[in-house]
Structure formats: C-alpha cells, structure tokens
Design a protein around this ligand. Structure first.
Ligand code: SAH
Ligand code: SF4
Ligand code: F3S
Length: 465
C-alpha cells in the first residue's frame, strides 16, 4: 500500500547506490530474514557500511515479543530520524514484527520513515525500495503469500546456515504476539528446502538449522497422504528427505512445540546420524493451570514423557527451553512448580522472561496482572537457578572428547577457534593441534574438554585419526 507522496527521496540508479546498515532484533527468524534482505541490497548495488551513522540506508529488522524489545526500536529510530532531518537522502526502513504490528501508525510516530514492511514482505525489499525511489512513503503490511526465495542471502556465517521451512504460526497462545505479526503458517516445499541446502553445501556450509516458529507444524498446509493414510510432508518426513545432502554434516531444527512433538520425530533424530542431539522445546510453565490459561495445549506430564523418550533414545541429549514467569494470576506455588521442573529435568539452558502484556493478545486484557516487583523478583530467582543448572550440566563434559564444528575465530583471542559440540555447547580451542595441524572454520575437530563454565567449554584439539 502506498500511503502518501513525499518529495524527500530523490530517485537513484543502481550504480549510484551507497552503503547500507542492518540492525536485527529478535529471534532466528528475523536473523534469517535480515540475511536475505542484506543479499537483496547487495544485489541492488549497496555495500555494507562500516558504521551505522554513516550508512545511506538504515534498516531496522524489529521484534515486538516483549515491550522492552519494542521500546528499544523507538530509541534507535529517534537517533536516525534526527540524522534524516540533516540528510534527506538517508533511506530509513523499519522491517519485521514492530513494522507489522504498528503499520501506518509508525509513519505518524516517525514521519521521517521511508518504508515500513512486515516480515512477509522481506523478499520484496527491492520492489518496495523502487517505490520509495520514486518518491513515495511505503507501508507493506498486507497478508502476503511468501514467494519462493530466489535471492541469494548474505549470510553472517560461512559454515552454519539457517533455512526457513515454515513461516508464521497458527497457534493462539494467549500471551503471544507472533501469530498476529507473522501471519498464517506457510510451509516451503521439501524440494525447495533441499535445493537450498544443496546450494549451501556447494558453498562450503557444514551445518544447517531448519527454522520455524512452530516447526512441528511443518507441512500441515501441504497436500499429501501416504497409502497407509498417514499425513505426508511432516517434519519427520522432511528430515529424512534432506538428510542425504552431501557436505552437510549436521542438521538442527527449532522451535519445537510440545503439543505436536512426536515419538516418530524423536526416533528419526536418534536414527539419522546428521541430526544433532540438542532439542529446544519451550515449556513456558511447570503448572498445568497456567499452561491451560496460556492455551498451550499440553500438560506437564506430556512434557515429561517427551523428555523421557528423548533421554531413552539419546541419553546425552542436551535440552533447552523458554519459560515465562509472572504470567497473569501465577501464584507463588505455581511459580515454584516451574522452578521444580527445571531442577527435575536438568536443562542445559533456559531462556527466561517475565510476562509482558502485548497488543491484540487475550492475556493483556485480564485483570489479574502481577506487579512489576513480583516480575523482577521471580525473574531473578529463576535466572539464578538456570545458571546453576547449566553449570552443573556442563560438568559432564569435563575430560570428555567432543566433536566440535569450528565456526570462526574467537574474536577475543586470535589463537583460538570457536565452534559447537553436537549438543550445541559453545567450545573454544587452539587453532593449532599438538601434532602441528592447523585448524580452520569448517573443520570437524575432536576436542578434549579441559575447562567448563556455565555457558561455554574449552579444550585441546586431538591429533586427527
Ligand atoms: N514459537 C515458540 C517461541 C516464540 S517466542 C514457542 O511456541 O515456544 C519466544 C519466547 O518468547 C516464547 O517461548 C516465550 O517464552 C517468550 N514470550 C512470548 N511472548 C511473551 C510475552 N508476552 N511475555 C514474555 N515472554 C514472552
Ligand atoms: Fe507464539 Fe505460541 Fe506460536 Fe510460539 S506457538 S509463536 S508462543 S503463538
Ligand atoms: Fe520477535 Fe517477531 Fe521473532 S516478535 S521473537 S522477531 S517472530
């Protein structure tokens, strides 16, 4: 939709394009979108700027999952709006979830903006910028069928790549803004996903993370029933389908929803050697009444059964989750049930957040909101426990030999590489082995773990066998 005509921007040809800067807030989905948008900008002739305040085009890819994420965007925008008043040729773009949530009202709040575009429009960046070039302020937030991505993403890593498999979310968790900003589920075809993975493998990528807000919903919108009457194109089918891409050594996926996480999926992860033994399965609360109020559609008992089956098949698997504390009406006893579940399961990592009321979500209108002081207190309590658990879980690595995929140099110590274990533990090790071998990003290295911290490991590479 074209909102108004502003003379602020003078049309430019591709050869005159300047530099761009992208700041990304939020989840992996946004990071993957940013990589695609950076690829589009470079194909248009933009070059990456060396500093945000020098860029000719600034794009904020925004997140609105909690109020503080949204507010951060406004403070960044204030700075750029001032710059734009001095330099009318600056192009200002807000993409992502705040753009979708606020739409046109963002233009009223920050009239200096050139383009406001929701996440479904990420692949259309070039077309939208052409409209901007012709002197228009543009808002693109209408529902959009996401076109197959034919652009070349400009990826941050040259070893580990993200591949979207499903966009959007059809769940209705009562606290969550994602369905209203990311739209309905749209699965990509298995062939397109595999083709993208083959392309990445040819460029030297070794690890792929398949992405979706609710990745277990993959394929629900695709046709196909097997002769036995089972739905085809499930996430499990997809994993089997893409497993043989040569050159890709590791496959991960996120985010899993306990409601749809199946035994068949767990068995596939155990049976397929490239599937890594790490599972990110948010449980949100350890109390069944809170889970019901959140409309999550599972119980703590079901969650435990999933974990039991994972540990049955892959005893060393690492587990991470997301949790919300101080959900409306959460009692002290209910909060403690969440703590108990964390202790009982022994998570490797838990992302925690205090409940934040979001626009257009049912829970935001309930009158049993908890005071800020309770949120702060519960968050502090849970974070202390999470760190203790993570440190305790990490002790199991001491002295062990782990396969680490080297991803990049350690920015703080050039004599070291950093990478991850199959269980997703960040690990540092020397670029040089005792036998003189020089390791580089992309190598799969056997590392003897010598130092264990809460959120990382370090060790010595072992001679190649
Ligand atoms: N699709 C995933 C996660 C989506 S958002 C899932 O279903 O679990 C990432 C995390 O942000 C959520 O897991 C939740 O823990 C947190 N979150 C979402 N909405 C929130 C809110 N209103 N307040 C606080 N945390 C929230
Ligand atoms: Fe939000 Fe629930 Fe969808 Fe996750 S599954 S994105 S928490 S609505
Ligand atoms: Fe944030 Fe949007 Fe992701 S709200 S968490 S960037 S889907």
């Amino acid at each position: 939709m074209v909102v108004s005509v502003s003379p602020a921007t003078v049309p430019v040809s591709a050869t005159e394009r300047g530099s761009y800067w992208i700041t990304t807030f939020g989840c992996q989905m946004n990071k993957a979108d940013s990589e695609r948008m950076a690829g589009i900008l470079e194909a248009m002739g933009y070059q990456e700027a060396s500093a945000e305040l020098e860029a000719d085009l600034v794009l904020y890819n925004t997140c609105t999952i909690r109020d503080n994420a949204e507010q951060k965007v406004y403070s960044y925008l204030g700075r750029q709006a001032q710059r734009k008043r001095r330099n009318p040729n600056l192009t200002l773009v807000v993409a992502g979830c705040v753009a979708q949530q606020e739409g046109e009202s963002l233009l009223r709040r920050v009239p200096e903006l050139d383009l406001v575009m929701g996440p479904q429009h990420a692949n259309r960046l070039e077309t939208l910028l052409q409209q901007v070039d012709s002197g228009q302020q543009v808002v693109a937030t209408e529902d959009h069928h996401i076109l197959e991505d034919i652009t070349t993403a400009r990826r941050d890593s040259s070893i580990c790549g993200w591949v979207n498999v499903i966009y959007g979310c059809n769940e209705r968790c009562t606290y969550c803004v994602v369905p209203s900003v990311r739209g309905k589920e749209q699965s990509r075809l298995p062939e397109a996903i595999k083709l993208e993975m083959e392309g990445l493998a040819a460029q030297g990528y070794r690890e792929i993370t398949l992405l979706g807000q609710n990745i277990d919903a993959y394929g629900r919108d695709l046709p196909g029933i097997t002769p036995e009457g089972r739905r085809q194109n499930t996430l499990t089918d997809l994993l089997h389908h893409v497993h043989d891409v040569e050159g890709i050594e590791r496959i991960r996926f996120a985010t899993s929803h306990p409601r749809y996480f199946t035994k068949r999926l767990i068995d596939a992860c155990a049976d397929l050697p490239k599937l890594c033994e790490h599972f990110h399965i948010p449980f949100q609360s350890g109390d069944n009444d809170v889970l019901q109020a959140m409309a999550r559609g599972y119980t703590v008992e079901r969650y435990r059964r999933i974990i039991d089956h994972i540990r049955d098949r892959m005893p060393d698997a690492s587990l991470s989750a997301d949790v919300i504390v101080a959900f409306p009406g959460e009692t002290d006893a209910q909060y403690r049930r969440t703590l108990d579940l964390i202790e009982e399961i022994g998570f490797d990592q838990v992302n925690t957040a205090a409940y934040s009321p979001r626009p257009n979500t049912p829970a935001a209108d309930w009158d049993n909101q908890l005071p800020e002081a309770v949120k702060v207190e519960r968050l502090r309590g849970i974070n202390a426990l999470v760190e203790r658990c993570a440190r305790q879980r990490n002790t199991r690595y001491a002295g062990r030999i782990e396969e680490v995929l080297a991803e990049a140099g350690n920015p703080k110590d050039p004599s070291q590489l950093m990478g991850r274990t199959r269980t997703n533990r960040l690990t540092f090790f020397s670029t040089k082995g005792a036998d003189g071998t020089h390791y580089k990003p992309g190598d799969l290295v056997q590392v003897r773990i010598e130092a264990v911290r809460s959120f990382s490991l370090s060790g010595t590479p072992l001679p190649c066998r």
